[in-house]
Write a protein that binds this ligand. Sequence first.
Ligand SMILES: [Zn+2]
Length: 163
Amino acid sequence: MARREWVSRLAAVLLLSVLGLVGWTTYSKRAPDRCFACNRPIHANSRTTAAVNGHKRFFCCPACALSQHEQGGQAVTITQLTSFDTGKPIAPGRAYLVRGSDVNLCEMKKELVDSSKHPADLLYDRCAPSLIAFDDRDRAMRFATEHGGGVEPFSEAAAAFTR
Ligand SMILES: [Zn+2]
């Protein structure tokens, strides 16, 4: 009898561990995958990190984060960009952005537009023209040759939003 009890206890412990692991996995997957500003899914190759009023926030693309600065009047400081072709993080000071190419990872599909929204929202897309980040000027230039758009250092692109 004692052995049977031991076995059932072991089974209970194992079951609890499995449940705990499943719970932990589910919880840890809840990293921000939606843009802080527009709630669009964040693509791994355009993820932009910024400090908004001292809080770390994730944005779908540099254009969206910079628009936040423009619209909300909040202090938004971009702290990290993602290189489009390598997916590696880039410090803003080292980033080159391609503005207005034919690639826009955030492009809104019509069905995503809520019917209750004002018509004005349909005309304005905070993620357009797109800004695509690179950690290397030559690769940014090559991308612009293929997809259009102009290459500028991050600081210039950011300044354009505060004008
Ligand atoms: Zn966004």
